[in-house]
Design a protein around this ligand. Structure first.
Ligand code: NDP
Length: 468
């Protein structure tokens, strides 16, 4: 049966549920049923009961079902993308809603076809030892509102492949996207292997302390990550924490500013800046500073922002008012400090929606709050530096380290600088490119645990050695 936007919405919406508003217009997108802790507990119990049979399926069968789930997502791309666009705000085009839905299918396929074979550790006179990776049991997932579908797939796909069942708690800002995605995936999975429970207030804390959740995947703020570590202590839960960051980019004096301007722009403004591993502070050598500012400003001015359903737009609103206020406040503080607002910085107070204009701030001090605090929105500070050592010290000066980038026409020089940067990934001449086979995770207060590829499969498994 063909899935349409209306059929998808009617499957997940509840007339008595919480109204979910379009951040571009304030209109009601749909109503999501917000459940309490009892419903979550019951879902966990069902997931626990379903897990042995799921683990007993052959690996080929589980992989085959994940491939079928990817096909089901492909078949529902347009309705899923429209719902995502209306609920999250991101445009259909550009690296946005259609791109995100496509990435869900890509990640499912990559996870289904990645192999994690038995490792032979010893096999000789000293005896034999092999390492196996067993399912953990029930894996919980708490996802964010910026890439709600894609990050849900990142969290659940490896867990399912390895024989775990999963319980997902979406962000209260974007429950419909996740309810719809799970409905599509569940059209091929056995019952209770993948469950979603939407709600707010105490579900997250319950999931992170529940004795029958064996592992928790969390993507969100460092502060909530810290709460999760505390509330998971009694059950010694395994955790993967992807806690965002404040990614630095260092531009060396040998770049061609015009050639790198568009990559720089998307490194910072993908998903209108609401991305964990987006470029959030740009350090530019004084020799090319003015030219980089000029070229980046030209690209920024050319990128249309507006309602996501308008096919022309590539930038959208902030997903929620709280995030809008954070961005607006940081830009105001930068302006008051005497920094130059090169582009943007003046939102239209009368316009509907949480639109904050694409904003570039130059001549800003390295210790300004717009530089040192995560803005998570469309406002990029551009900081001038004189020496590479100074730039590296500034990049490493914060307590977070998810991603970073170095921009240079000399790749070897860039790689040497990359090795000195404290971040889980350092990109050269790009920022934020991820791949389902390349592990991704942070250092310092950006969290711990790796996602994607073989490392991602290991992270949702219990290693077991058989020695004899
Ligand atoms: P949070 O990071 O605070 O996460 C909210 C989610 O965590 C909700 O689902 C909530 O569920 C759950 N939660 C809250 N407390 C606990 C707890 N003690 N144990 C387990 N789960 C808990 O998201 P916000 O939306 O408030 O965003 C805050 C900031 O995080 C943003 O301003 C942005 O800077 C950053 N962010 C980073 C993202 C990233 O990709 N790394 C993505 C989104 C935001 P419940 O309501 O049931 O408690």
């Amino acid at each position: 049966m063909t899935i349409t936007f209306d059929s998808l919405l009617s499957e997940i919406t509840d007339p008595n549920g919480r109204e979910i508003l379009d951040p571009a217009t304030g209109e009601v997108v749909g109503k999501a049923r917000f459940e309490g802790v009892e419903v979550l507990d019951a879902a966990i119990a069902r997931a626990k009961a379903a897990q042995p049979a799921w683990a007993a399926c052959s690996d080929e069968d589980r992989a085959g079902l994940l491939l079928q789930a990817a096909d089901a997502i492909d078949a529902a791309t347009e309705p899923l993308a429209e719902l995502l666009s209306r609920e999250q705000g991101k445009p259909l085009n550009g690296p946005n809603a259609r791109f995100e839905v496509g990435a869900c299918a890509t990640w499912l396929r990559a996870t289904a076809t990645t192999e994690l074979p038995v490792q032979v550790l010893l096999d000789g006179d000293e005896g034999s030892a092999e390492m196996y990776y067993r399912p953990l049991g029930v894996v919980g997932a708490i996802g964010p509102w910026n890439w709600p579908m894609m990050i849900t797939v990142w969290q659940i796909a490896p867990a399912l492949r390895m024989g775990n069942t999963t319980v997902v708690k979406p962000s209260e800002y974007t429950p419909l996207s996740v309810l719809a995605l799970v409905a599509v995936i569940n059209s091929v999975l056995p019952e209770n292997v993948l469950t979603v429970v939407a709600g707010e207030g105490d579900l997250g804390a319950r999931l992170s302390s529940h004795p029958d959740i064996d592992k928790l995947m969390f993507t969100g703020s460092t502060r909530t990550g810290q709460s999760i570590i505390k509330s998971s202590a009694d059950t010694i839960k395994r955790l993967t924490l992807e806690l965002g960051g404040n990614d630095a980019g260092i531009v060396l004096p040998d770049v061609d500013p015009k050639a790198i301007a568009e990559e720089l722009f998307w490194g910072a403004f993908i998903n209108t800046g609401q991305t964990c591993a987006a470029l959030k502070r740009l350090y530019v050598h004084t020799d090319v500073y003015d030219e980089v500012c000029t070229e980046l400003a030209a690209v920024a001015r050319s990128m249309p922002m507006g309602r996501g359903l308008d096919e022309n737009n590539v930038l959208g609103p902030l997903q929620n008012k709280a995030q809008y206020d954070i961005v607006a406040n940081l830009v105001e503080r930068a302006r008051e400090s005497g920094a130059t607002i090169l582009v943007g910085g003046t939102p239209d107070a009368d316009a509907p929606g949480h639109f904050y204009p694409t904003t570039l701030v130059s001549n800003i001090a390295p210790d300004n709050a717009l530089v040192t605090e995560e803005q998570f929105g469309p406002a990029l500070p551009i900081i001038r530096y004189e020496t590479v050592d100074e730039a590296i010290e500034l990049a490493n000066g914060l307590d977070v380290g998810l991603g970073a980038s170095v921009w240079s026409s000399d790749r070897d020089a860039a790689r040497k600088i990359a090795a000195r940067i404290q971040a889980g990934t350092v990109w050269i001449n790009k920022h934020g490119g991820i791949h389902p086979m390349v592990p991704f995770g942070g250092v310092k207060m950006s969290g711990y645990g790796l996602e994607f590829g073989v490392e991602g499969l290991k992270s949702v498994s219990a290693p077991q050695v058989i020695s004899g």
